[in-house]
Design a binder for this molecule. Structure first.
Ligand code: ZN
Length: 418
């Protein structure tokens, strides 16, 4: 007993070596694992020969501690943004610069109104990607909508963009807001708007009522709007909350630490903000209360990391659809589960990209169309991991890329779709 503290102290400074009893075994392990090297033999240690608890990191049942298990790097640790090792993995690669079928992007943010030069530039960049139609989900209403629609109509590419309207949340929501907004919606749809959206994350987080309280997503004040959308047969495109991690404590276990460090306006600590699940609860109650209204939940409803939850929503709410904008990092890290999910819910999923960056679309095509393994993603603060292709069959690709959008969004040109 009196020797034990000394024994532990020696262990802590890496001098004592129970493996001194078993030198050959240590050598064999080092050879087999390729670990160890200089000094390894002297540092490899067995479990306390006196029957003490396994050492930290030592698996139960292992007779010999893994050599080098207690080492620290000999050099300063790299910055997480600097450490970008190139992969040595050699596997078949199939880059997909052009989508296999023409695509409707339900979630595109474009100027409204757009200038003729801008539209020409945009259309030129769409061609090589096989992007056929962009839904401008930077919604505008009233006079500005009329201008936006006129600008689209005036262009030779007029069939390649449609325009959503939106709700004016710039001021607080006072009693009567819903009725008034529903009347404006009727006028906007008459003028040519083909949906409402994107209602952004401010709806639920920052939009206030006239009494100063937070406007909840399922506040009955807005019921006339959702009812009107159902009657007018236009979809409501709604972005609720943000990735779950944005509501969590910002620590080194948070998957989005880097993004939160880069973007202060993406931090939604709860409290004072409502929690992720508070917002999702409000959203789901809204969707259920208006079963005749079509809702498209943006960004896979922020459940791309929990597709079972999204599947349950689809099961319970037949009026709900979703789109894949800006969540490719989650789809591409679960190729088998995501594949099965996309097969099962093939009638409920639409293609959307969000930020219009022509260079980024091919990553989506590659994830959806190939079974490539372990390839780079395009944005380090979304994900520090690699992507895998989920290899969707043609029939599902067609639904995802354009058929479901043609079904939900009125007034899209069907020309050029197979
Ligand atoms: Zn958006």
């Amino acid at each position: 007993m009196r020797l034990r503290p000394l024994f532990l102290a020696l262990l802590a400074c890496g001098v004592a070596s129970a493996t001194a009893y078993l030198p050959m075994a240590v050598d064999a392990q080092q050879t087999a694992t390729g670990e160890g090297g200089q000094g390894g033999a002297s540092r490899g240690r067995g479990r306390g020969a006196d029957g003490a608890q396994p050492l930290p990191g030592q698996e139960r049942g292992a007779l010999i501690r893994r050599p080098g298990a207690d080492r620290e790097p000999q050099f300063p640790l790299p910055n997480i943004r600097d450490y970008k090792p190139h992969s040595t993995l050699v596997v078949p690669e199939h880059k997909v610069p052009r989508a296999r079928y023409p695509v409707i992007d339900i979630h595109s943010h474009q100027p409204a109104p757009i200038t003729q030069e801008q539209f020409d530039t945009l259309a030129d960049s769409m061609g090589p990607l096989n992007l056929k139609i962009l839904v401008n989900s930077s919604g505008v209403s009233g006079d500005r909508l009329v201008e936006a629609l006129a600008a689209i109509k005036a262009n030779r590419n007029r069939d390649r963009m449609v325009q959503f309207t939106t709700l004016d949340f710039r001021g607080p929501v006072a009693p009567g807001f819903g009725q008034k907004a529903a009347r404006q919606l009727e006028a906007d749809v008459k003028a040519g708007a083909v949906g409402i959206g994107e209602l952004n994350k401010g709806f639920g987080l920052t939009v206030k009522k006239s009494d100063g309280s937070r406007l909840k997503i399922d506040d009955p004040e807005l019921d006339p709007v959702w009812e009107a959308a159902g009657r007018l047969r236009i979809p409501v495109f709604i972005h609720t909350a943000d990735p779950q991690e944005f509501f969590e404590e910002m620590n080194l276990k948070n998957e989005r630490w880097l993004e939160l460090a880069l973007y202060p306006d993406r931090r939604w600590p709860a409290p004072p903000n409502p929690s992720f699940n508070d917002l999702m609860g409000e959203r789901d109650r809204l969707f259920k209360r208006h079963p005749k209204t079509t809702f498209i939940a943006a960004h896979l409803g922020w459940h791309a990391n929990d597709l079972g939850r999204l599947g349950k929503m689809f099961d319970e709410m037949p009026n709900v659809y979703s789109e894949v904008g800006a969540v490719l990092y989650d789809i591409g890290r679960q190729p088998r589960y995501a594949h099965d999910f996309f097969i099962k819910y093939q009638d409920r999923l639409l293609f959307g990209k969000d930020s219009y960056q022509p260079d980024e679309f091919p990553y989506y095509w590659r994830v959806f169309e190939t079974t490539d393994e372990y390839f780079d993603y395009y944005r380090d603060y979304h994900a520090f991991w690699k992507l895998y292709g989920i290899g969707l069959p043609d029939q599902v690709l067609r639904k995802l890329y354009y058929q479901n959008a043609l079904k939900l969004v009125p007034g899209l040109s069907r020309a050029g779709f197979p």
